[in-house]
Design a protein around this ligand. Sequence first.
Ligand code: CA
Length: 235
Amino acid sequence: MAAVKKEKILVIEDEADILEVMEYNLTREGFKVVAARDGEEGLEKAKKEAPDLVLLDLMLPTIDGLEVCRQLKGDAVTRSIPVIMVTAKGEESDIVLGLGIGADDYIAKPFSPKELVARVKAVLRRGPLKEDRGGSERIVRGGLVVDAGRHEVLVDDKAVVFTATEFRLLHFLARHPGRVFTRDHLLSRVIGEDAFVIDRNIDVHVRALRRKLGPYRDLIETIRGVGYRFKYENE
Ligand code: CA
């Protein structure tokens, strides 16, 4: 039987004990782990080692995490490598900045090993952001059906009327489960240049969405200080 190629995770983290916990748990899950102790080393290894994913602490010596992320996402060689920011309490504004410059997700300290592994696997599995091509995709979650082809939402088999903006917002969130989006991102991706949308406040649209989703309202989660996400299937 051919050996399965181990996916490689680059961990950029200056705190030895956190690094150790990450290395231990990721290795046990079958990942190959490469470590870097500061931002500069992290950037070097991201190019040299071609990892499948980067776990990036934000508070780092030499080059801080946000700058590392900016450089990774600005370089053709490393741009497509998913980045999970590792953040401390109170870094919500940095999380928003990081997501804005292309980070794929974040995990807040302190985290459990189970949570770490689950997020790494989820990000590896979901791949890059999907462009909206107005396809005929049908998303089913329990009794909630979001049917892009028919432009229809069913809540427990009952058709519910959504405005065009609400539908786009729900569809966009639902096809990227587990992914956190900032308000700015949702505003530009969902509402964009649409001059007919009078209310450009995302929170207003989310409130309306939740009301109409009834028993499924909790599928749209508020991430305090950051934005919104559609609940991941296994959470
Ligand atoms: Ca640190």
